[in-house]
Design a protein around this ligand. Structure first.
Ligand SMILES: [Zn+2]
Length: 48
């Protein structure tokens, strides 16, 4: 299934989103805090 990993820019938590259509990525929200400021996190080498 097309599940993408996002990281919330507000609470820094990870959210997995089932993406049916790539055009919908801009509308996904963090399920922890409800923010829509999600970043793609398929590249986990971010230097933290
Ligand atoms: Zn969040």
């Amino acid at each position: 299934m097309p599940i993408d990993e996002f990281r919330c820019a507000a609470c820094r938590r990870q959210t997995s989103v089932l993406v049916m259509n790539r055009d919908r990525i801009g509308k996904v929200r963090c399920r922890h805090c409800g923010s829509d400021r999600l970043e793609r996190s398929d590249d986990d080498a971010d230097g933290l």
